[in-house]
Write a protein that binds this ligand. Structure first.
Ligand code: ZN
Length: 174
């Protein structure tokens, strides 16, 4: 497994729509393994392929706690087919918006159809943190970021800070 570079906002690729995958083969499994490695190293609990610069509908998630056994979930072509009316609020962050968090309200439960690591069709009923995480990642596949749920003022403020952060990183590298 090898780590990939995570794309940081603002970057136009994060606003693009990812395309569905046709097959799950060894090449794709290698990408899934690399994405998982990248996510664990970050560390994060979810990562969409677009965040490593690949516009494919692919997501990896692991919400297990640090001292628990790892439970990675690989979702190829995830499609949310049901969203509960009840909502919940989590303070969300994103590996593509490092250092920024905001309370986001989303449906509390959701049901997602997807293809797994072995190419098998599956359905998952999720609630709580997993439900929020799935919705956050599937948003990435449609070019949506969690800051899009905030007011324009708040969103612009965060993006401005990210631009400044990127410049700071540049100064250190040079
Ligand atoms: Zn994210």
């Amino acid at each position: 497994m090898s780590k990939k570079k995570i794309v940081i906002e603002p970057d136009p690729i994060l606003r693009k729509k990812s395309v569905p995958l046709d097959t799950v083969d060894d090449n794709l499994r290698k990408l899934m393994d690399d994405m998982l490695d990248t996510m664990y190293a970050a560390p994060g609990i979810g990562l969409a392929a677009v965040q490593v610069g690949i516009l494919k509908r692919l997501v990896v998630i692991d919400i297990s706690k640090e001292n628990e056994k790892k439970k990675p979930i690989f979702l190829v072509n995830p499609k949310i087919v049901l969203r509960s009316k009840k909502t919940s609020i989590y303070e969300e962050g994103c590996l593509s918006l490092p250092g920024h968090f905001a309370e986001i309200e989303r449906p509390k439960e959701c049901e997602v159809n997807y293809i797994d690591y072995h190419g098998k069709e599956r359905k998952l009923k999720a609630k709580g943190l997993l439900s929020t995480c799935i919705q956050h990642e599937v948003d990435h596949l449609d070019g949506v970021l969690f800051v899009d749920y905030l007011s324009k003022l708040k969103r612009d403020m965060i993006i401005k800070k990210l631009v400044r952060q990127k410049k700071e990183i540049g100064k250190i590298v040079i």
